[in-house]
Design a binder for this molecule. Structure first.
Ligand code: SAM
Length: 287
């Protein structure tokens, strides 16, 4: 339950329109600017994220603040990373107007999230965002890599990407994003979201992806080496692992040796392997 003192006024469609008009904002496709105009959706995102009152949240792409406002209610701190200077400048003003009692919990960083390598303390424990769709996967993977203090992630992305991230081995859509995110976390599709909760409405449906961080698979190989093995296996998706990993291993014979030593059938394709199996193969390369 939210304390009454922490309640923020949330952005509805008329408020989003008024803010956009004041800023003379024309949402750009380049930055994936589709703003949420539905308070129920942002409340659901915060609930599914499981953000606690001691938590420090990083939000990528706060936009006009639709999700930032309920995050400020729920968490101790929110660091909002926004690429668009107009939006980054406006956000503290919007919070000061609609939730002045929460304003000191907010820090805005005007930067491209793809180039962000560190954040001032407190370090983030949760990543919660309605992501710009064209950079969703690289942004999530780079944050998982760069911010080891993260314990959970809840992101809204294009439904197809959400399904890909949460896919299990053996399914057609299982691929590099599925295996790499499974390195860090238990990943699941938490919900689907329709188009009309956004302004402007996107051409595709969206999905909410939940990631609960856990220890990576045990291996003496470095993460980069396991990821190189995954990239090689999926670069030649239709090939057997013996053939697909030949370049990575040095030769088909070496690839076969490593696969057998890791207990993996060399005639399989990468789309059938768990992240633990990729870790086991990469372990053989450093032997
Ligand atoms: N969170 C807001 C909401 O739910 O209404 C806006 C979400 S909108 C889908 C994506 C936001 O990410 C936009 O505000 C856009 O300007 C911002 N953005 C796009 N690319 C970015 C990047 N590389 N780094 C940081 N922010 C970015």
């Amino acid at each position: 339950m939210t304390d009454h003192a922490d309640a923020a006024t949330l952005l509805t469609a008329p408020r989003v329109r008024a803010l956009a008009e004041d800023l003379e904002l024309r949402p750009t496709k380049q930055w994936g600017q589709n703003f949420v105009i539905d308070p129920n959706t942002v409340r659901k995102i915060v609930r599914l994220a499981g953000v606690g009152p001691d938590e420090s949240v990083v939000e990528i792409g706060p936009g006009l603040g639709s999700l930032t406002l309920p995050l400020l209610e729920a968490a101790a701190h929110v660091t909002a990373v926004e690429i668009d200077a107009r939006l980054a400048t406006q956000l503290p003003l919007t919070v000061a107007e609609l939730a002045p009692q929460l304003a000191d919990r907010l820090r805005v960083v005007q930067q491209d999230a793809m180039t962000l390598t560190e954040l001032a303390d407190p370090q983030p424990t949760a990543l919660v965002a309605n992501l710009p769709y064209n950079v969703a996967v690289p942004v999530v993977l780079s944050f998982l890599e760069r911010f080891p203090t993260l314990r959970r992630v809840l992101v809204m992305v294009q439904l197809e990407v959400a399904e890909r991230l949460a896919a299990a081995p053996g399914s057609k859509i299982y691929g590099v994003p599925s295996v790499k995110s499974a390195w860090y976390a238990d990943v699941r599709l938490a919900d689907r979201v329709g188009r009309n909760v956004f302004w402007p409405a996107p051409k595709v449906d969206s999905g909410l992806v939940s990631m609960v961080l856990r220890e990576p698979p045990s291996t003496s190989a470095r993460r980069e080496d396991v990821f190189a093995c995954i990239d090689a296996a999926f670069a030649a998706r239709r090939k057997t692992l013996r053939a697909a990993l030949a370049g990575w291993a040095g030769s088909p014979v070496e690839a076969e040796r490593m696969l057998r030593a890791a207990g993996v059938d060399p005639s399989l394709r990468g789309e059938r392997l768990t992240v633990e199996q990729f870790a086991a193969i990469a372990t053989q390369r450093i032997r």
